[in-house]
Design a binder for this molecule. Structure first.
Ligand SMILES: C[C@H]1O[C@@H](n2cnc3c(O)ncnc32)[C@H](O)[C@@H]1O
Ligand SMILES: [Zn+2]
Length: 434
């Protein structure tokens, strides 16, 4: 079994179920899908064969908003409103974070994401050079942003600019095609207009993404209107932060005009339903307005302190249910659209390919257990994937044709669990002593 993690060459996933049909998926030496269909095995001379019988293949899932290393803060502070949660619990603990914490926290996040079918994620946090080490070793794709927070202070802004420039230079120097840098202005309530404008200009100059929280709570909107005389999306736009390279997380309290603005600017809007419900932000993303506007609506989990897991299969169900419930519409966000949010829309947001199982696409593939109770009967793959299954049904995960998990085994799992648990305990200990 170990060979499959290190073996390189062409690969065949034989006799796997895709959208109700039994097909082969051929993968070339570059990790691209060479062919998919009944005759796909003829397109390559496979070095490795994975038995796809009793498996359902779906595209790899893409988590478009998280703070990966917050796995270490899982369960540390629950059942609180966002402003108090951040200022009284999360930020005081994060003040004691070390680079090693971020390394082990991100390794744990990668492990959890792989185990639940995620192949790519959009991350915003601190000590991101160490997050890059973790991603490198775990084999997923990631877009990494330093969480830029200047709180309106010029001195702090200079430090945040330095940290952002350093991360971008570091990621570019690594030359790992799976890892990209982004600029991460945290939000309109933690970053000054000068800071937001610098982030927008630097991202444009570097040709990289902008990752920002937007309109998560009603307080964010009322405070923004009181301070700047405009709503958050308009404010971000005037600072240059709304572009086709932007991923805006949450978007709960956008009005209809702001949704149109996001559509006009080609923004990706990341829906994070579990975090929004847990923090009781009291309004669901207006998916119907964003969809009508042409914005690219994708899916995220947010961090493990507000979710408290990183399972996009669960998140698809939360999204489909929350939209129906909040907007009183049984037809809103059907299963097929929820799958597209977590796959093709996510891949578009992060620029990682089409996010589909098609010839010429990167072989980012998840094999679900077709014999698991959640897949019996298999009338409709999208329905079972969204409404019945969770990450426990994921058996095998490939990213760019490389096997990251097979038959639920991920290399190095025991060490990651042990070291991440120790890091979390030591972090809380340091904060208590301070
Ligand atoms: C990068 C910083 O962002 C913080 N964070 C984590 N979750 C959220 C959220 O839902 N809204 C706003 N900010 C959040 C994280 O703790 C870091 O400090
Ligand atoms: Zn967040």
């Amino acid at each position: 079994m170990n060979d499959i993690f290190t073996a390189r060459g062409s690969m065949l996933i034989a006799g796997v179920t895709v959208n109700g049909s039994t097909v082969d998926i051929a993968i070339d030496e570059e990790g691209m899908i060479a062919g998919i269909g009944k005759d796909a095995r003829k397109t390559i001379d496979a070095d490795i064969i994975i038995d796809g019988s009793d498996r359902v293949a779906i595209p790899g899932l893409v988590n478009t908003h998280t703070h990966a290393a917050m796995t270490l803060l899982r369960g540390y502070a629950d059942d609180m409103p966002l402003a108090e949660w951040l200022s009284e619990k999360i930020w005081p603990l994060e003040a004691h974070l070390s680079g090693d914490d971020v390394y082990w926290g991100t390794k744990l996040a990668c492990l959890e994401m792989i185990k639940s079918g995620t192949v790519a994620f959009n991350d915003m946090y601190f000590f991101m050079e160490r997050a890059a080490d973790a991603v490198d070793e775990m084999g997923l794709r990631a877009t990494l942003a330093y969480g830029f927070i200047d709180l309106g202070m010029e001195e702090k802004r200079a430090a945040e600019i330095k940290a952002t420039e350093a991360l971008v230079a570091h990621v570019k120097a690594r030359k790992n095609p799976r890892i990209q840098a982004a600029v991460g202005p945290h939000s309109v309530y933690t970053v000054s207009p000068e800071g937001l404008s610098w982030c927008a200009e630097f991202a444009e100059e570097q040709g990289i993404a902008v990752h920002v929280h937007l309109s998560e709570t009603e307080k964010e909107v009322t405070d923004c209107v009181a301070e700047f005389g405009k709503r958050p999306a308009v404010h971000l736009d005037e600072c240059g932060c709304l572009t086709p390279r932007t991923v805006a997380a949450h978007c709960c309290w956008l009005d209809e005009a702001e949704c149109r603005l996001l559509g006009e600017r080609g923004v990706s809007a990341s829906h994070n339903p579990a975090s929004n419900m847990k923090l009781a932000v009291n309004r669901a993303m207006p998916y119907h307005w964003l969809k009508a506007s042409g914005a690219n609506v994708c899916l995220g989990t947010d961090g493990c302190a507000s979710n408290n897991s990183l399972d996009l299969l669960e998140e698809m169900k939360f999204a489909a249910l929350l939209q129906k419930f909040a907007w009183n519409s049984q037809t809103l966000l059907p299963a097929g659209e929820a799958v597209a949010m977590a796959t093709s829309a996510g891949a578009r947001a992060l620029g990682t390919g089409p996010g589909t199982l098609t010839a010429g696409a990167p072989a980012d593939i998840v094999l679900l257990d077709a014999r698991a109770a959640c897949n019996i009967p298999l009338h409709n793959t999208d329905s079972n994937t969204v409404y019945a299954c969770n990450g426990g049904a994921v058996m095998t995960v490939l990213c760019q044709g490389r096997v990251l998990m097979h038959e639920r085994t991920v290399p190095g799992e025991e060490e990651i669990v042990r070291e991440a648990a120790a890091a979390a305990q030591a972090l809380v200990g340091r904060a208590r002593e301070a």
